[in-house]
Ligand binder design. Structure first.
Ligand code: FAD
Ligand code: SF4
Length: 509
């Protein structure tokens, strides 16, 4: 008898390890363990979503005839780590082997593949996670010998590989990428569809009660829990998105608006990342909507690019470069994460709204993460490790393999431009252009050196100046350095002084 270990982000009926196991003689083990639930203070909604989806998945497996050993969360349990649960189950059933699928975190994968076999005294087999479109080995091969890795070229290969939006060997519509069409500001029109809602069953209710009792000291509200917790519900969320939001996804992909956390985004990442939805089926749904003339090309292409492009690309970078990648800090940042990342109390309207949606929904859309909270951390010189810990804790979709490269590489540029060619640093003007935040803000986005000037404005120039040596030679940044040089020296100094003042009072902004 073998034991198949299924982790909280492996809730897929076609999972590689499930395909090799036999329900007539093998057993499945699933466990909610304290060590995994609390090694960072995960948002209560993230814990509730994973536990509830796990319990539903276990019930589905039982209905299909599997023997499932399911360990519910118990803070007092002597089995507080995954290894101890596996050990206890393997002993109880005299298991001949443990069967696993590659997991999403280097820390755990390293332990499973290097130490478990010896610690357990039985073979531990680990299968490639073929839910991803590009395997770790394939990515390593793609990256080999390239001077610079660029997502765009990787993405084109993934388009060729999957055949998505391809006409023979040519991209649909003639271009690979329609990003230039995807930068509209949203002013309330088209109106937003109602969000999808799900009825809560006894499993959801029991998990929400458990999480409320055990994890209320973690940052974030559980009362506003709205996530799907079964594959059926996740499929409904996908269909709802494709029908009502995908048509405008492209146009308003970069837009932000106060109190509107979803806009035209899908909110599907937590389901794709935990296995309730497959990345390829989600892309196929978008493709079908395009083929049926329900959505324009810029929407379908923009959406598919995020999944077969960015999602697969960041995963490839993660596995190719761990564990050293997690410790990179090539801009030499030393500042602690400001207080408001944990309590949300700031006079900056854009930051305040991003924190509110984060705490209320365990979600913020990509531009809020990248150009508001991320941009601020970048230009204020916050320690990348602190920033990564925060993003890993607060979002329902956060798993190390995807959070780390997005935060450390894309946002913090702490890998020196390995993942992206240029830092995503911006002044308040970008936020003003893409949102309605600034009109209701304590600060003025129009000025840089007054006592109430937008902090992003002077911090942006301070960032540009303090990293002149690293970025001056980057052709994508030449214009920026030229604009600063064109300012008179008095203004330059006043901007840098204002930024110094803000940095020394950073917790008060
Ligand atoms: C600092 C930072 C941290 C992030 N941390 C995470 C994380 O922990 N987990 C996570 O899944 N995404 C992360 N992202 C990427 C992206 O912000 C989220 O995937 C997206 O906001 C999820 O919301 P959605 O499902 O509504 O996405 P949509 O805007 O609807 O996009 C569709 C899908 O594309 C995929 N996607 C889009 N952008 C990315 C990206 N950059 N990397 C990987 N997948 C992408 C997601 O699967 C997403 O569901 C992070 C981005 C930043 C800037
Ligand atoms: S003025 Fe600055 S701080 Fe205020 S909302 Fe605009 S960009 Fe954000």
């Amino acid at each position: 008898m073998r034991i198949g270990l299924i982790l909280g982000d492996q809730l897929t009926h076609s999972l590689a390890s499930l395909r090799v196991l036999d329900p007539t003689c093998d057993r499945i083990l699933m466990a909610e363990v304290a060590a995994e639930a609390s090694y960072v203070p995960h948002h209560p909604q993230k814990i509730a979503l994973i536990f509830s989806a796990m319990r539903h998945f276990a019930a589905e497996l039982r209905n299909q005839g599997w023997q499932v050993d399911y360990h519910e969360y118990d803070a007092q349990s002597s089995c507080s780590t995954l290894l101890s649960v596996v050990q206890s189950c393997a002993t109880e059933f005299s298991a001949s082997a443990i069967i696993t699928t590659e997991c999403g975190e280097y820390r755990l994968q390293h332990a499973i593949s290097n130490a478990w076999q010896q610690q357990l005294g039985i073979p531990v087999e680990c299968y490639i996670d073929d839910r991803f479109i590009c395997s770790q080995a394939e990515f390593a091969q793609w990256a080999q010998g390239r001077k610079q890795l660029r997502m765009e070229y990787f993405y084109r290969d993934m388009r060729r590989k999957t055949g998505l939006l391809m006409q023979g060997d040519k991209p649909e519509g003639g271009d690979w990428n329609y990003d230039a069409d995807n930068r509209k500001r949203w002013n309330g029109d088209p109106s937003l569809p109602d969000p999808i809602a799900f009825a809560r069953d006894d499993i959801d209710k029991a998990v929400i009660k458990l999480v409320t009792e055990e994890f209320s000291h973690h940052l974030g509200n559980i009362d506003t829990f709205e996530w799907a917790t079964t594959r059926q519900q996740a499929l409904e969320a996908l269909a709802h998105f494709v029908r009502f939001r995908l048509p405008y996804f492209g146009d308003y992909q970069d837009a932000m608006a106060k109190d509107q956390h979803q806009l035209f985004h899908s909110l599907l990442s937590p389901y794709i990342n935990c296995g309730l939805l497959l990345p390829l089926e989600v892309c196929q749904a978008a493709l079908k909507a395009y083929e049926d003339n329900h959505v324009p090309l810029n929407a379908a292409e923009g959406f598919i690019r995020q999944i077969i492009g960015w999602r697969e690309y960041v995963r490839g970078i993660y596995w190719l470069n761990m564990p050293q990648y997690a410790h990179l800090n090539k801009l030499g940042n030393t500042r602690d994460l400001p207080r408001y990342y944990w309590d949300g109390d700031t006079k900056m309207a854009c930051m305040s709204d991003a924190f509110k949606t984060t705490f209320d929904h365990a979600y913020a859309h990509h531009i809020q993460r990248l150009m508001v909270t991320g941009n601020f951390a970048l230009i204020a010189g916050i320690k990348p490790e602190d920033v990564c810990d925060w993003y890993l804790a607060v979002y329902a979709d956060a798993y190390d393999w995807v959070e780390l490269p997005n935060t450390l590489g894309m946002v913090m540029h702490a890998d020196g431009g390995y993942l992206g060619s240029k830092p995503y640093a911006a002044s308040g003007n970008y936020i003003h252009k893409m949102s309605n935040y600034c009109s209701g803000c304590h600060y003025s986005v129009k000025t840089s050196i007054e006592h109430d000037s937008c902090p992003f404005n002077s911090l942006y120039w301070h960032f540009i100046q303090r990293h002149k040596e690293q970025f001056n030679g980057n052709p994508r940044m030449t214009m920026i350095y030229r604009s600063f040089e064109k300012m008179d020296s008095g203004k330059q100094q006043a901007i840098l002084n204002r930024a110094e003042y803000l940095l020394s009072h950073i917790d008060e902004l």
